[in-house]
Write a protein that binds this ligand. Sequence first.
Ligand code: ATP
Ligand code: MG
Length: 469
Amino acid sequence: MNFRHKCLNSCTAGAIHLVFCEEFMINIPKGTKDVLPAQSYKWQYIEDCARQVARQFNIKEVRTPVFEHTELFARGVGDTTDIVNKEMYTFLDKGNRSITLKPEGTAGVARMFIENGLASSPLPMKSFYITPCYRYERPQAGRLREFHQFGVESFGAGTPAADAEIISLAHAVFRYLGVQNLTLEINSIGCPECRKKFQEALKAYFESYREQLCDTCKSRLERNPMRILDCKSPVCSEIAAGAPKILDYLCDDCRAHFDAVQKYLQAMDIAFTVNPTIVRGLDYYTRTVFEFVSSEIGAQGTVCGGGRYDGLLEELGGKPMPACGFGMGIERLLLLMEAQGVPFPEPKKCDVYLVSMGEAAQVEAAALAEQLREEGLSAQFDTVGRGLKAQMKYADKLGAAYTVVLGDAELESRRVNLKNMRDGTQTELDLDDFVGAFQSIVLREALAALDTSDLDEADISTILGGVQN
Ligand code: ATP
Ligand code: MG
């Protein structure tokens, strides 16, 4: 079809060009993505699996606002982090308040926990969320300005078992989805006590390389030298490779905690490697930190990151309380699943398309579609007034499993032919009992797809009867 039109606006590209003239087209903002109708089932599948796993761990969903007071992230995420320094979408609202689009999920859930007095609910309180996050970053594969996280937070358990359970939850999501070859890397970044000595040692080490460090790391040297370990610049990373290792500075309690986390992971048969360079990009972590990393999706290979953050609730004005959690990047997970060819179950298609010829038939088709939908089936009738051939073509595009043609003759005889679009077979049905008859055909097919070797015909009739009544 030719969509060329004369442009109504006097643009410079010439008089005749596409209707979607680029000069007047409003594009999607940089670093964001649409989820198109043909792709949304993949998102739904991942989200359903994450929800299912969360249920297995007895975790309820929480939803917090997409925007919060900027102060929450400045205090919660930490003002020496890249997120707070460079990446936040911050603006003044009409009431002159500084507002920030959430760059991560933890701070908002912690605020919710404190503000709603949930410390007095049964502890530990575990919750999960699926949320968009916003960071002003340089967009590239696996790095967006709007991205989505499946996140889990657990408040009120300070034990190594709690860390291991949170890690096992992320692991269970990957297992449930059938994702392979992810490496679990763990580390301990100690408590504020042992970290003090480590920070001094780090500072002394990086001081001797001061001139070679990037400008950001020079300022990190004063404010938070541990952040240098997380710098992506090749020179800084090379210097960081020779830096003192936190594991050599852990106090006895932190050492014992870290050893016990490993013992639990071994008992759960979850493979891991200790990577002493992981520090994570947020300031609130204490003790255990971890990442699930893939080598199959390019430079942005961390699909999930998390750890323990015992200081956060107090930092945000709540009672001191231990906590741990993780954030899993859904876009990176999707990239990985696609790279590995992990199957996504095909979404359920249209059960029946009701082709109608003429106005009376169209009205009958509308009524029938309503009844079928009431019974939980997916039905579609023609709302455009197309001819028979065009309706059949549309039914085919919808992937309709069955079609039925309604015309004057069918309305008169009250008999219709149901066509199975897969094998072309036709079954004659009574129009006045169409819904019940069609429902049992669909159920029979569903049962045939299951392993019903243990059921006899009487069982099947009981099931079908039960559903029909
Ligand atoms: P990175 O080192 O890749 O910048 P991060 O340490 O900033 O990650 P977290 O804040 O721990 O990441 O977020 C948890 C997860 O969210 C990451 O492991 C990743 O899967 C995902 N994620 C983080 N930032 C982005 C982004 N800009 N685009 C897409 N996914 C992201
Ligand atoms: Mg980051």
